[in-house]
Design a protein around this ligand. Structure first.
Ligand code: CA
Length: 235
């Protein structure tokens, strides 16, 4: 029996919480609820959910601050932002502060369930197997990845990556010099089909990854852009 995954819902609109709980439980998830940002943060830290659905406009502490605080404390739980607005700024800001994904309200329950599943699966697949034959995998220059414990080092110092950034880096690094279109990366790393404007999601994640692993993010050495095509890892 696979253990039930837990989803923490941080949302102040009771009717949305109810419908999310109902549908997630029907899909086999355990659900936790928080109706304001402070309580959401507290439960994220104490209950250790497998994923957080996080509204932006919340009493006491907004969703961005909740996410920012979690990431600052090195909590890399998958966070899916629920944004009420179509505004690009909300989506990009969410990703920049370390959210893994976003979904715009009103959302279809089917899409939401798919996103929750994709984000949890991605983590599950990333969990290393019990055997640990290979230790650190040095990849290039001053950068090395230890695939056993999911740590990335630059000049020997740990680089603090979100799960998504780690997945993107290891995916590109495991196929050096092969150029991937944004749509391919959405499918391979984000685990779901390309849906229109999500190319921006890839760009933002690449930018954040570069800021963490590159000496000069404006002139990257590892994650390079092939103009008009996509991204690749240069050895
Ligand atoms: Ca709200």
């Amino acid at each position: 029996m696979e253990q039930k995954k837990t989803v923490l819902i941080v949302e102040d609109e009771k009717n949305i919480v109810d419908i999310l709980c109902f549908n997630l439980q029907r899909e086999g998830y355990t659900t936790l609820e928080a109706y304001d940002g402070e309580d959401g943060l507290k439960k994220a830290q104490s209950e250790k959910p497998d994923l957080i659905l996080l509204d932006v406009m919340l009493p006491k502490m907004n969703g961005f601050d909740v996410c920012r605080t979690l990431r600052k404390s090195h909590n890399n739980v998958p966070v899916v932002i629920l944004t009420a607005r179509e505004e690009e700024t909300d989506k990009v800001l969410g990703l920049e502060i370390g959210a893994d994904d976003y979904i715009t309200k009103p959302f279809s329950m089917r899409e939401l369930i798919a996103r929750v599943g994709a984000n949890i699966r991605r983590i599950a697949m990333g969990v290393p197997a019990t055997s640990a034959a290979e230790g650190a995998m040095t990849i290039a220059g001053d950068l090395s990845i230890n695939t056993d414990n999911h740590q990335v080092f630059r000049n020997g110092a740990v680089v603090d990556l979100t799960q998504r950034e780690y997945e993107l880096l290891t995916f590109l690094a495991s196929h050096p010099n092969k150029v991937y279109a944004r749509t391919d990366l959405m499918e391979q790393v984000w685990n779901y089909e390309y849906v229109g404007d999500d190319a921006r999601t890839v760009d933002v994640t690449v930018r954040r990854l570069r800021e963490k692993i590159e000496t000069d993010p404006a002139n990257p050495r590892y994650i390079l852009t092939r103009r008009g095509v996509g991204y690749y890892f240069s050895t």
